[in-house]
Design a protein around this ligand. Structure first.
Ligand code: 3PG
Length: 306
């Protein structure tokens, strides 16, 4: 039984060691394909794999066609928009994620980006504090809840909107639920995005939603670049010199943002919210255990395709 770890953005070594221990401990073989760059390298490596552990790596119909022995793909992380679920199902392959395992890392980076924004990108000028500011958490899942927990320590006034999360879950955390995204953006000077990339959310963060954010607005995106309507965000930031955009998912129009919005736009060069040893260990080892459980016992917990 061959398990392939295919990560263009590699896990920390300590996480790979942990994955190996679980996989080899189960009597399986581990193969490692890191920083593979070209898709052709991935296609070659999956040929004899029974299971694959991935991160944001794109697993589409072509990959499933090339992976004749494949039984399971585990996305070590939360968002599985990089996997073609219909193609997986058509090929009889189970797809899972590892929800919650990397969410503290992403939440810590979101707060770090907020501090960076309100301190004027550490340029030495007088900035402001997070304490007492209204924070809007857009989607109250695993990352959103961790953001709320940490933001409480900063003394922020926390609001959240999530169409799928009961209001009681938010109020139990000391978070004020609001009835719509519109209301969240109208009320909160700082908004942190935690929605998944789906056909419904694609480019849903647009001019109409952002235009009513209070003065000194900061939008933090550690979710997905696809949820932003980039052309409309650019239009808004051209009209509003007080608006800042901080992200760890480089926009398609990065060079335009950089050129137009110096001092109020920042993107990490690579998606790095979940890029900590701890998150890699948690998500990677969870993925390894899920593969062993699926192959040995048929356990389908965390399956995301039908
Ligand atoms: C996720 O969906 O789990 C995060 O966006 C992290 O993605 P990554 O594994 O590519 O860092």
């Amino acid at each position: 039984m061959k398990v392939l770890v295919a990560t263009d953005k590699p896990f920390a070594k300590v996480a790979v060691d942990g994955i190996r221990e679980v996989i080899e401990g189960a009597g399986f073989e581990l193969a490692l394909l890191e920083k593979y760059g070209e898709k052709a390298n991935l296609l070659a490596a999956v040929a004899d794999a029974d299971a694959i552990i991935i991160r944001s790596d794109v697993i589409d119909a072509e990959v499933f066609d090339a992976a004749k022995q494949l039984k399971i793909v585990v996305r070590a992380g939360a968002g599985y928009d990089n996997v073609d679920l219909a193609a997986a199902t058509a090929h009889g392959v189970c797809v899972m994620n590892t929800p919650g395992q990397n969410s503290n890392a992403v939440a810590e980076l979101a707060l770090g980006l907020m501090v960076y924004a309100v301190r004027n990108l550490y340029n030495g000028t007088s900035g402001s504090e997070l304490k007492g500011k209204k924070l809007g958490i857009h989607a109250y899942g695993n990352v959103g809840r961790n953001v709320a927990r940490i933001a409480k320590g900063f003394g922020m006034d926390i609001y959240a909107y999530d169409a799928y999360c009961p209001a009681e879950v938010m109020t139990a955390d000391g978070v004020t639920p609001v009835a719509s995204a519109k209301e969240l953006y109208e009320q909160c000077q700082i908004v942190s995005l935690h929605i998944p990339a789906t056909p419904e959310t694609k480019e849903s963060i647009n001019y109409a939603l952002l235009k009513d954010m209070p003065k000194g607005a900061v939008l933090v995106n550690t979710a997905r670049k696809e949820v932003i309507n980039e052309a409309e965000l650019i239009q808004l930031m051209e009209e509003r010199a007080d608006f800042k955009y901080m992200t760890d998912i480089m926009p398609a129009a990065d060079s335009k943002f950089t050129e137009l919005f110096a001092g109020r736009y920042f993107s990490t060069p690579k998606k790095m919210g979940a890029q900590t040893a701890e998150a890699n260990i948690n998500a990677g080892i969870a993925a390894a255990h899920q593969i062993v459980g699926f192959i040995k016992d048929g356990c389908e917990k965390f399956r995301v395709n039908k």
